[in-house]
Ligand binder design. Sequence first.
Ligand code: SF4
Length: 225
Amino acid sequence: MVISEIFHSLQGEGMMTGRPAVFVRLGMCNLQCTFCDTTYTWKKGETDYSDETNERVMESISKILDEYPPTNLIVWTGGEPMMQQRNIVAAIDYLNQRFPERNLEHEVETNGTIAAEPEFDGRIDRYNCSPKTVMSGNKRYDVKLLHFEKTTYKYVVGNEHDCAEALCEIERQKLPRMRCLFMVLGTTAKEMQERGPIIAEICKKEGITLCLRLQCILWGAVRGV
Ligand code: SF4
């Protein structure tokens, strides 16, 4: 398993915002977004791009779960975690067996380019899918995760133009608006404050849920939070 970092924090984005969780940030990504704030997960050559053994990864996650007994949410993030589904399946089975009383919930943060294999999908409670529009620097693509009951679609938007592009994509792919979020582009509280109000007005009008990045507001542009 290629891992970038493992840490305990609060979920900062999506419907579970504010909830304590163990974050397992996997390395590698199949996109290269212009606004990516975790390039260290996929830019080779950086010192923290490490290929840990699965055993060490499991121990790190277990240590955090031991340290924070009430925490029962694991967020598999990246990078693009769907590139390592088989490893995640093995990890989930190990953790569920090691912490049988904890009723662990497993949430995946993904760009939606890769379909879930059945054995993976069966173990995942929620997908925080963040489809990328052309403004990200990537080509247009169709989201591969259309399991509406457990998937939300979070579009990164910084202005009216980005919102219009995201709305076109939502319509084109027939995604349910009640499951869609507009997440304000930025990594600082100042950016959330500056861009948030305009995007909030569009959300009110269009029936989209607004998402501010809690970790950026609380701690700014730092890693491991
Ligand atoms: S999909 Fe996510 S991790 Fe990958 S490049 Fe884009 S923002 Fe970064």
